[in-house]
Design a protein around this ligand. Structure first.
Ligand code: UT7
Length: 318
């Protein structure tokens, strides 16, 4: 049996840190409101000339280095992003060029907003299981500061920029046990950037009905963490670490409670990174791998929900 396993992680955060105190000067908000409603203390903001691909490149270089692989042995690049550098080519193709990978490997983007990394990991797992790829670079990267309306206090306090990456290879033992993905487009208008290439003229900024998203997020995350364990040899008590999408500390806490996991077993970076959409899980993963909390052989659960709505979860042995 062939399984997909993570053999290297990397991440990158832009140098500039924006604390809540800076937002207090821009919109009618307070550090107290932001921290109590979301858990966020600060976020990183990319330079004007720093792109999603630039950040993904730094994360990818670290992940490839940690994996010990030759970059030209990578046979698939999946870039999860909702803030690509260009309409086309895909950010994955731009990254392939910037990495200097010359083997003509497959490269494409995945657009599932905050669930993008979970979608990309699940796709990578299936490429490995079907034998279509053996060594995959999965990147989640976002420049959300460029689609935030900095005069809208209901959204501008939430988001940040950054990138995370993993290298996944075929192996004999798990690896990824299971993944589940879902979407429900009837909720599209609750979290969206209304303008786009073929439908221009509307707002080019994030618009969100926060409390509706919050309610759906709590319910769907509670359901999906049960669903992803079903049919595996694992149960809730086997989970060593929950590595959730980092949108809101209150959503994460509710999911941990559902899994009967104490918060000490949850990787929480929302306080430092804000919500970085597709980048949030690989960023959190890399932080905890590098500070020594996540160890080889441990069971990890990833879960995420975002615009669409699109959501999902992955259970794996690291
Ligand atoms: O990653 C994709 C998925 N996204 C998410 O999971 C986000 C889900 N939603 C949330 O995290 C929360 O809904 C928010 C953090 C966005 C908002 O928290 P909330 O507890 O749902 O607040 P609310 O939207 O119900 O607003 C409560 C009050 C309102 O005032 P009134 O109407 O009660 O007078 C807002 O106008 O808070 C006000 N408010 C603010 N006050 C100070 C909204 N934003 C701010 C702000 N500072 N930045």
């Amino acid at each position: 049996m062939v399984y997909a396993g993570i053999i290297g992680t990397g991440s990158y955060l832009p140098e500039r840190i924006m604390p809540n105190s800076e937002l207090e000067k821009m919109v009618e908000t307070s550090d107290e409101w932001i921290q109590s409603r979301t858990g966020i203390k600060q976020r990183h903001i990319a330079r004007d000339d720093e792109s999603t691909c630039d950040m993904g490149l730094q994360a990818a270089l670290k992940a490839i280095d940690a994996s010990g692989m030759d970059k030209n042995d990578i046979d698939l690049i999946i870039f999860a992003t909702t803030t690509p550098d260009q309409t086309f080519p895909s950010t994955a193709c731009l990254l392939q060029r910037e990495l200097g990978i010359t083997n003509n490997c497959i490269a494409f983007d995945v657009q599932a907003v905050c669930a993008g990394f979970v979608y990309a990991i699940s796709i990578a797992n299936n490429f490995i299981k079907t034998g279509m790829a053996k060594s995959i670079l999965v990147v989640g990267g976002e420049s959300l500061s460029k689609i935030v309306d900095w005069t809208d206090r209901s959204t501008c306090v939430l988001f940040g920029d950054g990138a995370g990456a993993v290298v996944i290879t075929a192996q004999d033992n798990p690896g990824i046990y299971n993944s589940v993905l879902h979407a429900n487009g009837s909720h599209a208008n609750l979290l969206e950037v209304p303008s786009g290439i073929s439908r221009p003229g509307n707002s080019p900024f994030i618009k969100m009905s926060g409390s509706d998203v919050f309610k759906f997020a709590v319910t769907s995350m509670e359901a999906v963490v049960d669903e992803v364990l079903t049919g595996t040899e694992l149960n809730q008590s086997d989970i060593d670490w929950l590595v959730p999408h980092q949108a809101n500390k209150r959503i994460i806490t509710a999911t941990a409670k559902k899994l009967s996991l104490p918060l000490e077993k949850v990787i929480m970076t929302v306080q430092d990174h804000g919500n970085t959409s597709a980048a949030s899980i690989p960023l959190a993963l890399d932080v905890a791998v590098r500070d020594g909390r996540i160890q080889r052989g441990q069971i990890l659960m990833f879960e995420a929900i975002g615009g669409g709505f699109a959501w999902g979860a992955v259970i794996l042995r690291y």
